[in-house]
Design a protein around this ligand. Structure first.
Ligand code: SAM
Length: 323
């Protein structure tokens, strides 16, 4: 949909201010909370919030509350996104101000990654007990088995495989499997678990879900179980997971429905407090997946969390037609 001239002027005005341009450049890298933007920009939260309000009113950014935090991302609407992308593309990639912001953002990201990595290293031994704290694990696993289908699968890829629970749950249905995780402590435990379960063709790799180095369409079953809520860029991780799904194959994302257990951020390094169906569906359809199925699993106790299983497939017939 094209813009009216008033809308175009509103967007140009909003973008035509140094801090707001810097904010747009930062949000082009990843979705960010006000606190994080304020740290990178070196400006107070109220000041940054005022800039964000103007950008949101002009339709250049979207605001989404997540528990007590509010995140911002670039607008997904075509004209607004095109205006932002084209404006940023005109700027010299070596621009000193934006380069410094990118470095500061990388610093914030590294700090977060360091805290998450220490958390997983410290908790690897206890992870199997901790996983069940807020969920009805048996019901969730039964639903995952059902959502995956009987197979047999040529290759299962489990991204953020942790102690290997999804590999031992689903591995017997796959001829080969790969588990990938950023934590070497988690991988060590997974190796022992996978061996104890007698899964022979199961490879455990150290790697980042955002850059798996696995080939396009290498798996007919990809699972991302309780990983996205730790990530700075869950949309990019979902796109990378979808990229691995072969035509006719299936992706399962298992995570929490939106919730307000704010302590999970401070004590357990969660970044996002759950995901909405529409957010996950948008990511998966952008990545070319269809046939969405959603299952909701209520918590084991009243203070627990609802687990969601979002399933989608890469349509083999459609891929043939496009090709
Ligand atoms: C909550 S655990 C879930 C593990 C497993 N999927 C399960 O359900 O038991 C999250 C796992 O994601 C891994 N992880 C976090 N960020 C990652 C990243 N960027 N790339 C790969 N693994 C990551 C952590 O090391 C951890 O093992």
């Amino acid at each position: 949909m094209a813009l009216t001239s008033d809308q175009a002027v509103g967007m140009l005005r909003a973008a035509a201010e140094p801090t707001r341009l810097r904010i747009l450049a930062l949000l082009a890298r990843e979705e960010l909370a006000v606190l994080e933007l304020s740290r990178v920009l070196g400006q107070s939260q109220p000041r940054v919030s005022r800039h964000l309000k103007l950008l949101a009113e002009a339709g250049l950014v979207e605001r989404f509350p997540d528990g007590a935090w509010v995140f911002y991302r670039l607008s997904g609407a075509a004209p607004a996104r095109a205006l932002t992308d084209q404006t940023l593309a005109l700027i010299n990639p070596d621009d000193a101000t934006l380069e410094l912001d990118a470095e500061r953002l990388a610093g914030v990201g590294e700090e977060r990654a360091g805290q998450a990595s220490a958390y997983f290293a410290d908790n690897a031994e206890r992870w199997d007990e901790m996983r069940v704290l807020h969920t009805a694990e048996a019901a969730v696993e039964a639903a995952i088995l059902e959502a995956a289908g009987e197979g047999p699968f040529q290759r299962l890829v489990d991204l953020g495989s942790g102690t290997g629970r999804m590999l031992t749950l689903l591995g017997s249905r796959a001829k080969a499997s790969i588990g990938l995780d950023l934590s070497r402590q988690m991988l060590n435990i997974a190796r022992a678990q996978v061996a104890a379960a007698g899964l022979r063709a199961c490879e455990l790799r150290h790697g980042d879900i955002l850059k798996t180095h696995l080939a396009d369409g290498c798996a007919d079953l990809v699972i991302v179980h309780q990983v996205l809520h730790y990530l700075a860029d869950p949309a990019a991780a979902a796109a990378e997971a979808a990229r691995l799904v072969t035509p006719g194959g299936r992706l399962l994302i298992v995570d929490f429905a939106p919730h307000d257990l704010e302590f999970l951020r401070a004590e357990h390094r969660h970044r996002r407090l759950g995901f909405s169906d529409s957010e996950i569906e948008r990511w998966l359809s952008l990545a070319g997946l269809t046939g969405f199925q959603i299952r909701a699993l209520p918590p084991a106790a009243s203070a627990g969390l609802t687990v969601k299983i979002w399933g989608a497939t890469r349509d083999a017939a459609r891929v043939r037609l496009i090709a």
